[in-house]
Design a protein around this ligand. Structure first.
Ligand code: SF4
Ligand code: SF4
Length: 446
């Protein structure tokens, strides 16, 4: 399949980056690159979704990697996994024997799956601040995205994904879930909550989004980028950190930030050579959320959470403060104008300052969940799905079905708006469209 046909298939199937913000894959791969990296590192503690996918679909991932390499003109293809995935490593090693592909086995550290960190680790090069892997001749693709591309090559759209359901559920599992399934169905399929009134996290414990309204499990649905559903006891350390008010963050920063710079010294972005020192943002925050000198570098924060949840001895909130500054600057249409050069003296520091996932789990108070190995769960068959039209970076898809219409699984229900960056959306079950609003399409099975 030539490059333009592959990109068209990827676009038609609605493939987006499944490991991050859901960037439309047909745009991402419309570029030349020397190296393509299949990212199977899944660095968030407690998540097993990519592991399960690699156990079941390694051949498809390899085939898609080769197709993407051909499309972008890459000579080098690397499959990056954790060294601890011994069975998966052996499987890939057998599959790539005789092919021009490499297998990289990384230590179990956080955030190994961050594409800036991964490129630095594998290629010894640093993507510039606010840059992309292609700035250093690379393309990074999550293994889930590659699996979707393999299916797209057969004209099968993205309608399902693997989701780890863990934490305070009775039977943690990795489930195959139709897009648009209510999170409460995933939890019910795992035996329900194991504690009263738990709090929900969508994603992993480091970068996941807390949804703590009582009806959140009913309202929240699985999207193309949902890798995990985590239940924690309400009031857990992570919940307290995520819900601290801005006023309390400011009071604590003013009273307790000792400018020790541990947040900077362990920051993965600082340690690959970005001119970013988050302790200076903390200092600026003492004066409020204005555009104080030093605060603009908050734009360089990936919000990985290392500073806030691991490094800071005073348990302050540098990650959330960076996020607040970024949001405020965007509101005020203030852009980053700081240095974009890589600082050579910093660019290799990550190699010596890796954060072992086991240590991280102790700090996060999630140790007791770390030894859970979710079982392989069922493929869910929900009676109804509510499929968001915005599951990706760019513009929301425009619904192209009406209430009362019957759809088959895989039918197009949301189209990319003319001339905009976006991704198509497809029906994840067969049935009748019962509701269409600006944000979603609801389908009743049958
Ligand atoms: S680690 Fe904490 S106390 Fe130290 S400089 Fe950073 S925010 Fe301040
Ligand atoms: S969240 Fe903290 S550690 Fe992570 S990139 Fe931002 S400042 Fe650095």
């Amino acid at each position: 399949m030539d490059a333009s046909s592959l990109l068209q298939r990827i676009r038609d199937a609605g493939v987006v980056g499944q490991g991050g913000a859901g960037f439309p894959a047909h745009v991402k791969f419309a570029a030349a690159a020397e190296t393509v990296i299949a990212n199977g590192c899944e660095c968030e503690p407690l998540l097993f979704s990519d592991q399960r996918l690699m156990q079941q679909h390694a051949p498809e991932i390899v085939e898609a990697l080769e197709a993407v390499m051909a499309a972008v003109g890459a000579r080098r293809g690397i499959i990056a996994i954790k060294r601890k995935y011994t069975d998966i490593g052996e499987r890939f090693a057998r599959l790539i024997a005789g092919r021009p592909l490499e297998l990289a086995r990384l230590e179990n550290f956080y955030p190994a799956g961050d594409e800036h960190v991964l490129v630095n680790e594998l290629l010894g090069r640093t993507i510039p601040p606010l840059g992309l892997p292609r700035d250093v001749g690379a393309v990074v693709s999550n293994v889930g995205t590659l699996f979707s591309i393999r299916r797209a090559m057969e004209a099968i759209p993205v309608t399902r994904r693997w989701v780890t359901v863990t934490g305070e559920v009775r039977r943690p599992a990795v489930l195959e879930v139709p897009i648009g399934t209510a999170v409460e169905e995933c939890i019910a399929a795992c035996g329900g909550p194991a504690v009263p009134d738990p709090v929900l996290v969508l994603g992993g414990p480091m970068m996941g989004r807390f949804a703590d309204a009582p009806d959140a499990p009913r309202r929240e649905v699985v999207t193309k980028t949902t890798g995990g559903v985590l239940l924690l006891p309400r009031g857990h350390f992570l919940h307290r950190m995520a819900t601290l008010s801005v006023r309390d963050m400011q009071k604590q920063a003013a009273a307790a930030c000792i400018q020790c710079r541990y947040c900077t010294d362990l920051c993965p972005r600082h340690n690959i050579g970005h001119s970013f020192e988050t302790h200076r943002v903390m200092r600026a925050f003492g004066g409020g959320l204005g555009a104080a000198p030093g605060a603009l570098q908050a734009f360089l924060c990936s919000e990985c959470g290392v500073c806030e949840l691991f490094a800071c001895p005073m348990r302050l909130s540098p990650r959330r403060i960076n996020a607040l500054f970024k949001a405020r600057f965007r509101e005020q249409q203030i852009a980053y104008e700081g240095p974009r050069e890589v600082v050579p003296a910093q660019s290799g520091l990550n190699r010596h300052r890796k954060i072992p996932v086991a240590r991280l789990a102790i700090k996060l108070d999630i140790w007791k969940y770390l030894e859970i190995h979710p079982v392989e769960g069922e493929a869910l068959q929900p009676a109804q799905v509510t499929i968001p039209l915005q599951q990706h970076a760019g513009a929301a898809a425009v619904a192209c079905v009406q209430p009362g219409e019957r759809v088959t699984e895989g039918a197009l229900i949301g189209e990319i708006p003319e001339g905009k960056l976006g991704a198509r959306v497809h029906a994840s079950i067969a049935g009748e469209v019962t509701r269409v609003d600006g944000g979603s399409v609801t389908i009743q099975r049958g």
